[in-house]
Ligand binder design. Sequence first.
Ligand code: NAP
Length: 245
Amino acid sequence: MRQNILITGASSGLGAEMARQFAARGRNLALCARRLDRLEALRDELAPAKVAIRPLDVNDHDAVLAAFTELRDELGGLDRVIVNAGLGKGARIGTGRFDANRATAMTNFVGGLAQCEAAMSLFREANAGHLVVVSSVSALRGMPGAITTYAATKAGLAALAEGIRSDVLGSPIRVTTLFPGYIRSEMNERVAHRVRFIVDTEPGVRAMVAAIEREPAKAIVPAWPWRALAPAIRYLPLGVVRKLG
Ligand SMILES: NC(=O)c1ccc[n+]([C@@H]2O[C@H](COP(=O)([O-])OP(=O)(O)OC[C@H]3O[C@@H](n4cnc5c(N)ncnc54)[C@H](OP(=O)(O)O)[C@@H]3O)[C@@H](O)[C@H]2O)c1
C-alpha cells in the first residue's frame, strides 16, 4: 500500500480532488503548488488526515528537489509521487503568442522533467516508489489551435515516463502514465466552446484514483468514451481528429 503520496498542482482541480479522495482512503499527503493559501485551506478541510504542504513553482527546478526531499522527511518517506502540476495556456503557433506557448512548454514539460528527476532520485535511493505522470488524451495526436503546444507537452511527458519505465523495468519502482479525458477544473472552465465528453471533477478523478491504485503502465481515464475513442484518435485522418481539439 502506498501510504505517503506527494501531489503537485494540488491547489485546484484534479490535484485537489485527488488529495480529497486519497485522504478519504486514509493516506498521508504531501501537497505542493504556488498558491499556499489554497493548500492551507485544503489541509484544514482534510483534517485530521496527515497533510504536509509546501509552496512550489515547478519552474524553479532546484526548489523542486528541495521541496520533495523536505516533504519526504516530514512524512517519513514517499511511496508515490503524482506529477500533476500543469498549465493550459496557449495560442495557434505563429500568431504572436510565443510567450503563452513557452510558459506551457516550460511548466508542463521541463517542470515535469524536474519533478520526475526529483521523484526518481528519491525512489532510486529507496529502491521503491510509484511515479505517476499526468499526461492527457490530447497527447494521442497533434492537436490544432490553442492546444497545439499543450498537447505536444503531454506527448513529451508520456514519452518521458515510458523512458523512465524502461530504465526501471524489473526493479520494484513502478511508473504509470495517465491519459485523462476532459474533466471539469479551473483549466477548462474558461474555455468558450463546449468541451466534448467533459465529466465532472469528482467522478473524473475517481476514475484517475482507481487507475493509479492499480499501477498499470498506462491508463486512459475515464474509460468511457475515451478507451473506445483512443484507437480512432490514433489512426483517423487529421481532418477528423482536429475536431476533437
Ligand atoms: N482537466 C482536464 O480535462 C485535464 C485533462 C487531461 C489532463 N489534465 C492535466 O491535469 C493536471 C491538473 O490540471 P487541472 O485540470 O486540475 O487544472 P487546474 O485546476 O488549472 O490545476 C492546475 C494545477 O497546477 C498548478 N500549477 C500550475 N502552474 C504551476 C507551477 N508553475 N508550479 C507549480 N504548480 C503549478 C496549479 O497550482 P498554482 O496555480 O497554485 O501553482 C494548479 O494546482 C494538468 O497537468 C493538466 O494538464 C487535465
